[in-house]
Design a protein around this ligand. Structure first.
Ligand SMILES: [Mg+2]
Length: 335
């Protein structure tokens, strides 16, 4: 029987249907599908990097639950986050939109103001795009170009056994904010920071650029789907395994308190919720202390170890205080 898309999933679509058809057309120095950005030769010692992302109303956002300004900001933020994942500097952006004809111009102006606000903060101009109309749902596509030193490109495939797995931020605030929205919960003293993280995540471009200059940082990517899913890309690309120490999960007090109040599983939000738009990296363990100290001095918050890269079949093991929670390869939802 003919297979349906739902059976192969998003990653099956990419790995089985799309990517193999173009492998033979890739030049030697080009990285295509399979990392946060494509990487292409630029000058002798620099490369150009490119990423693109699609946001569809009702799939990625609900128009009634996010302001036009926030949506414009976030549409760019999620793309800049992929530039951050490589450690690059953004150079230009392209915005293509399909809007329904009855959409107010004032809404579109606010949307562009949000997009402009982050463009200004990161000093990256809008260079082009396309506009068209759609029967109902808003469709937004952003592409970002960037550049960086060839020798500083951070890939998913460079994790080594023994590396610490680290993140520079708390995990789970954005999915916590999403819970407030989806469950229609009233705002309270915990919700503000969680909603802010969900509606206007700030891409970690400066942190990514700083980390890219450190050769002790081996693999890096941005966190868009949740560490449980994103770290899987790193172990697969690097042909290693990883263990995660749940007792070390960095979570904000607001996420912990809101989870207590509403009965959420905070750790599950932290690992599988997605949209945190921070960075996930693997670091030479001997260099970690010095690197983390320097990071903390520069950015005012710590790099936090959440696990370790180990040898083995690509997969993740979740441990709590040294005790395995589940067999390797099983999903996080099992605990
Ligand atoms: Mg990414």
């Amino acid at each position: 029987m003919a297979k349906k898309l739902s059976e192969i999933g998003e990653f099956g679509l990419i790995d089985e249907v799309i990517a193999p058809r173009f492998k033979d057309l890739l030049g030697e120095d080009i990285t295509g599908i399979g990392d946060d950005c494509a990487v292409m030769p630029f000058t002798d010692d620099e490369v150009q990097i490119v990423t693109t992302d699609l946001l569809i109303e009702e799939i990625h956002f609900l128009r009634a639950k996010i302001s036009a300004f926030q949506l414009g900001f976030k549409a760019l933020a999620v793309n800049l986050s992929d530039i951050a994942g490589m450690g690059g500097t953004p150079t230009g952006t392209f915005l293509s939109v399909a809007f329904p004809k009855n959409l107010g111009v004032a809404w579109i102006e606010k949307f562009m103001e949000g997009y402009r606000s982050l463009s200004e903060k990161e000093n990256v101009p809008l260079l082009g795009g396309d506009t068209t109309n759609t029967p109902d749902n808003i469709v937004i596509n952003v592409a970002v170009t960037g550049r960086m030193k060839k020798s500083e490109v951070k890939r998913r495939s460079h994790a080594r056994p023994g590396d610490y797995v680290a993140v520079p931020d708390n995990l789970g605030d954005s999915p916590g904010g999403l819970q407030y929205i989806l469950d229609g919960l009233p705002e309270d003293k915990f919700s503000e920071s969680l909603l802010k993280q969900h509606l206007t995540p700030y891409p970690k471009v400066s942190e990514g650029r700083w980390l890219a200059k450190k050769e002790q940082v081996h693999a890096m990517m941005d966190v868009s789907d949740g560490v449980g899913s994103d770290l899987h890309h790193i172990v697969k690309a690097s042909n290693v395994a990883a263990e995660l120490y749940l007792e070390k999960t960095p979570m904000s007090d607001n996420l912990r308190e809101a989870s207590k109040k509403y009965g959420w599983n905070a750790e599950e939000l932290a690992y599988s919720g997605g949209e945190d738009y921070t960075l996930l990296l693997t670091v030479d363990p001997e260099a970690f202390e010095k690197l983390a100290g320097d990071f903390s001095k520069t950015f005012g918050r710590p790099l936090q170890v959440i696990g370790k890269i180990i040898e083995g079949e690509p997969g993740l093991k979740y441990l709590r205080n040294g005790k395995p929670l589940d067999g390797p390869g099983k999903g996080f939802s099992h605990f």
